[in-house]
Design a protein around this ligand. Sequence first.
Ligand SMILES: [Zn+2]
Length: 199
Amino acid sequence: MAILRFSFGTMGSGKSTLALQIHHNLSSRQLFGLLLTTLDREGKQVTSRLGVAAPAIEVTPDLDLYALAVRQWPIHYLVCDEVQFYTVEQCDQLARVVDDLEVDVYAFGLLTDFRGELFEGTRRMVEIADEHAPLQVEARCWCGARATHNARVVNGAMVYEGETVVVGDTNEQTERLFGDTVRYELVCRSHFRSGNLGG
Ligand SMILES: [Zn+2]
């Protein structure tokens, strides 16, 4: 039986590193599979914070992932990074890949956005995955508590409203957006709620 496994964590939880590791391990056992991602800052590849990278297929919103798997068949697995940005339809296509093609799907994504709410793709994965695997590399808030929220910081202050799709899990921590300085910081729930960035 093929499986759909959803692994999730915060930024900095090493999910891209693990996605690359699984892809490497399986392909070195003569298994053939595809690496997929979307919105990676470096373009059509998956990059990890540890400096490892591999070429990947770019998942655009209109790409049919089931049709992609059929075209590439026979394959043994798909490794899908940044699934928080996939559409509900694409998540359902991945389930069909598992059920109809007997192809394992290892999906990786962020759990919640800067508002503290589930991403669209994440919500669907939580609903349909066979296995749910929280990543065990835990990031820490400035106070030392376990960091559970990816806070968006605009001009030095935490914000809770705005566009959701701005950045994936990359090394790039600061960017310019409409003249504002935008960065992300991992904080605990308490300091997410209070907006306290320490210092
Ligand atoms: Zn804290």
